[in-house]
Unconditional design. Structure first.
Ligand code: TRP
Length: 353
C-alpha cells in the first residue's frame, strides 16, 4: 500500500517553537526519511474560518506567513505538496457526505472539541461549522488516502473520530477509504510546550510565544523573561525542574553537544537538572544556556526565512501549483466515493442502468 502523509495547520498566526517541537520538526524528518510515497501539507484556511468567520483578513494574511514558516523549517516543495484547504472544494463535498455518518452526541463527546469550546467561550452558542470541524478534518485526511497523520497528542481524538468515519463509510458503502494512523513526536516532552509565562498553552492572544520568525535578539529577550520555579528565589534555594518552562524547553531542544559548546561545566541535561534541584544554580545561568541552545536551533530557520522572504512570487506560485495538484488527487477519491455511494449519475450512463 502507498504510504501517504497528510497534515496541516490553521493559518491564524505565525508558527512558533511549540509548533516546531510538536510537529514541524517531525514532519521534516519524515519527509526526508524516504519512507513516504506522497506528502501533503495543508494550510487549513477553511478550518481557521470556523472560529474566525468575522476575520477573514487575518486568515488571508497568515497564509503566506505559514507557507514561509514551512519552507524555512525545511519542508521541501520537491518532496511535499503544500496547498491551501479552500482551494480543494472536494473537501467540502466529502464533509457533507460524512455528516450523515456522525451523530451530534458523538461530536459533543470529542474531547478536543469539548476543550476548544471551553477555550473560546462558545458554550452558549457554538457555530455549526466549528462544531463539525472534526468531520471536515476526516475529509482532509481521507481525501488524500493518508495512511499517516503526524500531529501532536491533542489531535488524537480527531484521528479516532476519522477512523470511525472510515469504518462506517466502508461498512455502509463498501471498502473505499483508507484508515489513518497518528504519528506522535518521538520525544513526548515536546508535545506540549508551555508559554514563556508558564501558562499551559502558547497562544498568540496571550502574547507568550517564541515565533520561528523572531529575531535572535527577541528570542534572547523572551527567554530571559521566562517564568521559572516561583519558589526558587535565591540561587542557593533548591529548585523544581518538573513543570518549569525553562527545563521543559531544554528537554525539547537541548542536544548533548550543546554542553561542550555553551556550558562545559556540565556534561548532560541530567547533571544540570540535579544541580538546580540541589540548589546553587541560578535561573539566569540556565536561561542564558537555553537562549544559546534555541538560537543555534532556530538560526538556520531564521536565515532560510529571510531568503524566502525575498522570493515571495515563487512561494505564491508554489502554493498555486500545490493546490492544483491536491485538487486533482482529491478528485480521484471523490470519484471513488461517489461511485461507492451510487451518486455518480453521469458516469458511464449510470442513471440508465
Ligand atoms: N486541526 C489542525 C490545527 O489546528 C489543522 C488540520 C486541519 C489538520 N485538518 C487537518 C491536521 C488534518 C491534521 C490532519 O492546526
Amino acid at each position: 500500500m502507498k504510504q501517504v502523509i497528510l497534515t496541516g495547520d490553521r493559518p491564524t498566526g505565525r508558527l512558533h517553537v511549540g509548533h516546531y517541537a510538536g510537529s514541524l520538526r517531525e514532519r521534516v524528518k519524515l519527509q526526508n526519511s524516504g519512507s513516504f510515497d506522497e506528502i501533503y501539507i495543508m494550510i487549513a484556511d477553511a478550518q481557521a474560518l470556523t472560529d474566525n468567520a468575522e476575520h477573514p483578513e487575518k486568515v488571508r494574511q497568515n497564509i503566506m506567513q505559514v507557507a514561509l514558516d514551512y519552507l524555512s523549517c525545511g519542508i521541501d516543495p520537491e518532496k511535499s505538496t503544500i496547498f491551501i484547504q479552500s482551494m480543494v472544494p472536494q473537501l467540502t463535498e466529502l464533509s457533507f457526505y460524512y455528516m450523515n455518518l456522525v451523530t451530534v452526541s458523538r461530536l459533543q463527546r470529542n474531547p478536543t472539541v469539548k476543550s476548544e469550546i471551553q477555550m473560546r467561550n462558545f458554550e452558549a452558542s457554538i457555530p455549526v461549522g466549528f462544531f463539525c470541524y472534526p468531520i471536515s478534518q476526516a475529509a482532509d485526511i481521507t481525501a488524500f488516502g493518508a495512511t499517516a497523520v503526524p500531529a501532536g497528542e491533542d489531535q488524537m481524538p480527531m484521528i479516532e473520530q476519522c477512523r470511525e468515519i472510515v469504518h462506517k463509510f466502508n461498512a455502509v458503502y463498501g471498502e473505499t477509504l483508507t484508515e489513518p494512523q497518528i504519528i506522535l513526536p518521538e520525544n513526548a516532552s515536546c508535545c506540549r510546550l508551555p508559554g514563556i509565562d508558564g501558562k499551559a498553552k502558547m497562544s498568540k492572544s496571550l502574547g507568550n510565544c517564541i515565533y520561528l520568525s523572531d529575531e535572535p535578539k527577541e528570542i534572547e529577550r523572551k527567554v530571559m523573561s521566562m517564568f521559572t520555579d516561583p519558589n526558587h528565589i535565591k540561587v542557593s534555594d533548591p529548585g523544581r525542574v518538573e513543570g518549569n518552562p525553562v527545563f521543559l524547553y531544554l528537554d525539547a531542544f537541548c542536544e548533548p553537544e550543546d554542553f561542550s559548546q555553551f556550558l562545559p561545566e556540565y556534561s548532560s541535561l541530567q547533571e544540570l537538572k540535579e544541580h538546580y534541584q540541589r540548589g546553587g544554580l541560578g535561573d539566569i545561568k540556565v536561561k542564558r544556556f537555553l537562549s544559546q541552545v534555541l538560537q543555534s536551533r532556530l538560526q538556520p530557520i531564521y536565515q532560510r526565512r529571510k531568503e524566502w522572504e525575498q522570493r515571495l512570487p515563487e512561494v505564491y506560485e508554489m502554493l498555486y501549483q500545490g493546490s492544483m495538484a491536491a485538487r486533482e488527487r482529491a478528485e480521484q477519491t471523490l470519484e471513488a466515493v461517489r461511485h461507492a455511494m451510487k451518486i455518480d449519475y453521469f458516469t458511464q450512463s449510470s442513471l440508465l442502468q
